[in-house]
Design a protein around this ligand. Structure first.
Ligand SMILES: *[C@@H]1O[C@H](CO)[C@@H](O)[C@H](O)[C@H]1NC(C)=O
Length: 308
């Protein structure tokens, strides 16, 4: 690490190392992941747009989520692909903070959207008689809009704290994207305020949607367990199982990265878990929905039959 005290103009994202063969291998792998995720998410948007059976609140949220994930994965992957190809691992300080701004904003919005989707599932399963009247088109729009606003406000505040930090020397980030704690740790300003703000806003941005999701699923599972007939039980569970898988993966990996303290031993594991919620979920969501959800599967078959 350079010991000079002049302001660095760029950061180095150490990522996955600088071995040429590994870089080429990772380039191919990540390019495939990126392509799969773009195609999958756009396909979901297309299917819901053309298929009348999918014009339901659940799929309105799913489309919004797919749109979000397309942007979300694009805040990290394209830069990574270029750096695998060229070996250039530097990123300007402004670029780094900008990347964090969009990444954090979209990640937080994703948490809220997932929570809104579980609220939708809660109403559909626990309050089936009132569901059509409560979950109107207007409420859907309002819930989605609220999610985007919460993400935007939370992360604009965190980023404005981050933007005031000065950097004067160490510039290596042992990660593959710019995240708030590694960035703050490089600063020579007092970072107490940034870290406190991140903790509080992080709780609001991730913790509260998590609790909302948890509460919804506790009610959903209690309701499902009370259903007498086994077939009806399975049918009710089938309508929320895809979402449950997606939510569990996303929140679990966020929890493992941000709540479990980072020790030397866990460092590499941290990188793998952050890979989960940054890159893996946007690829996995459309797969889970198109493989597990009967309605999406049927729409997909219909769609394919038209073109083949
Ligand atoms: C999601 O919904 C919100 C609120 O209705 C809207 O502002 C936003 O553009 C939508 N985003 C995507 C990607 O569909």
């Amino acid at each position: 690490m350079g010991g000079n005290l002049s302001t660095p103009s760029t950061f180095i994202l150490l990522g996955f190392g600088n071995d040429f063969e590994l870089r080429i291998l990772l380039f191919a792998l990540f390019l495939a992941i990126y392509a799969l995720s773009l195609v999958g998410n756009l396909l979901i948007v297309l299917l819901v747009a053309v298929d009348q059976h999918l014009h339901k609140p659940m799929y309105f949220f799913l489309v919004n989520l797919s749109g979000l994930e397309t942007c979300y994965i694009s805040t990290i992957l394209p830069r990574m692909l270029v750096s695998f190809l060229t070996g250039d691992r530097s990123i300007s300080i402004k670029g780094c903070i900008t990347q964090y701004y969009f990444f954090g904003f979209l990640a937080c919005t994703e948490c809220y959207l997932l929570a809104m989707m579980s609220y939708d599932r809660y109403l559909a399963i626990c309050k089936p008689l009132h569901y059509p009247t409560i979950m109107s088109g207007r409420l859907c729009l309002q819930l989605a809009f609220t999610s985007w606003m919460c993400g935007l406000v939370t992360n604009t505040i965190i980023t404005s704290f981050l933007g005031q930090l000065t950097f004067c020397g160490p510039n290596e980030i042992d990660d593959f994207f710019c995240d708030v704690y590694p960035l703050a740790n490089l600063s020579c300003s007092n970072t107490r305020l940034v870290k406190l703000a991140t903790l509080i806003l992080g709780f609001m941005g991730i913790g509260s949607p998590f609790l909302l999701t948890l509460a919804s699923y506790v009610c959903i599972i209690c309701t499902i367990l009370r259903i007498k007939s086994r077939a009806a039980q399975q049918k009710a569970f089938a309508t929320c199982s895809s979402h449950l898988i997606v939510v569990t993966l996303f929140f679990l990996s966020l929890f493992l990265v941000y709540v479990v303290p980072e020790t030397e031993k866990l460092k590499e594991l941290h990188k793998i878990f952050s890979f989960f919620y940054t890159i893996f979920t946007p690829m996995l969501n459309p797969l889970i929905y198109s493989l597990r959800n009967r309605e999406v599967k049927e729409a997909l078959f219909k769609f394919v039959r038209i073109f083949l």
